[in-house]
Design a protein around this ligand. Structure first.
Ligand SMILES: [Zn+2]
Length: 145
């Protein structure tokens, strides 16, 4: 018979504990696990520490697989749901517009940053290749006439 004073010695830390301090288990004695909650938690934590790489890989795989499922679901929705399709193209368009603005801004920044550099480069090039440049200009003019 079980009563409130029943204790069980944890097979891990060897400390007698109340049944409430153990997780339930169908296979265990008294319907609880052999090790106490605290040891169980430690064990889980240790397991996570020892298997961090494996678990990280697993969760990566999981999200990758799930992404495929989600993508498939969305594709189906896209094919069958006109409202979703409209909304989707609108989102795409907005994303594209937004990106376009960002891209132009980035290009402008890049241009500004490299303007001096480019001018200097051309100047240097001209100085070093003056004859060549002048010759090609003369040839160009001659060909045009
Ligand atoms: Zn314990």
């Amino acid at each position: 018979m079980e009563d409130m004073d029943v204790t069980k010695v944890c097979s891990c830390c060897k400390i007698p504990k109340e049944l409430n301090d153990f997780y339930r288990s169908k296979s265990g004695k008294f319907g609880i696990k052999a090790i106490c909650k605290i040891c169980e938690r430690d064990k889980v934590r240790l397991y996570y520490q020892n298997n961090a790489d494996k678990l990280k890989k697993y969760s990566r795989e999981y999200s990758k697989n799930n992404r495929n499922i989600i993508n498939n679901r969305l594709r189906k929705k896209y094919q069958t749901d006109v409202g979703y399709r409209t909304e989707f193209s609108l989102t795409q368009k907005l994303y594209y517009e937004d990106n376009k603005v960002k891209k132009i801004k980035k290009q402008k920044r890049y241009y500004k940053k490299n303007r001096e550099k480019r001018i200097n480069y051309h100047k240097e090039y001209y100085k070093k290749n003056k004859e060549k440049v002048l010759k090609s200009v003369r040839e160009y003019r001659r060909n045009r006439l």
